[in-house]
Design a protein around this ligand. Sequence first.
Ligand SMILES: C[S@@+](CC[C@H](N)C(=O)[O-])C[C@H]1O[C@@H](n2cnc3c(N)ncnc32)[C@H](O)[C@@H]1O
Length: 212
Amino acid sequence: MNGNELAQPQKTGLLARMQRALGPAGVFFRGFLEEPRMVGSIIPSSRVTINAMLEPVEWSRCKLFVEYGPGVGTFCQPVLDRLPRDGELLVIDTNPLFIDYLKRTIRDSRFHAVLGSAADVEDIVRSIGHEKADYILSGLPFSTLPDGVGPAIVKATHRVLREGGAFLTYQFAGVARDLTARVFPRVETGYVWRNIPPCVLAWGWKDIDPAE
Ligand SMILES: C[S@@+](CC[C@H](N)C(=O)[O-])C[C@H]1O[C@@H](n2cnc3c(N)ncnc32)[C@H](O)[C@@H]1O
């Protein structure tokens, strides 16, 4: 049985009963139990992390916001609440349990949930009719991704962002921040204590090239 089938409402068994009783937290915990290295956390991000991470975004200029690793959608509604009417939110996750859950629970015509890897962001962005993304947010567990996947994701992210856009990361370790700094010349950083566990924030800016 795959993750999509597991996500169906008629599931039985202890895990399924726990998932139903706990709502999104139960789905998230189940995702962690099935894929601990890919999920990398047992509880979703805090409200303080969400607000701090999204604070520098210039929403009036945002036509496409991309999120890697949305899990059960902790950031999705806060992003949709801030996004203009003609903006779109594209989320990409490798876990069918989470993608299926998001498709069933988020009803917004601006929302696209795609099962796939962040490494393929350029093709996935094109598949929904865009060439560039304005902002890309990542909740990926960069420390536990398979070898070479993290650097490849950061390079593809830089290519697909428009000039003036940014790559936003939050992670318990500083790996995402350090990988971002290898590719993005300007990186701003922050730290949130009110998260379990506390996390490192980084914003890598793809500045407009003054020579052009
Ligand atoms: C720590 S969870 C993030 C949860 C959520 N964003 C939050 O803030 O609560 C990491 C997520 O990354 C996803 N993931 C892992 N590798 C991925 C990849 N290569 N591409 C897209 N998603 C991936 C996992 O399935 C999981 O949903």
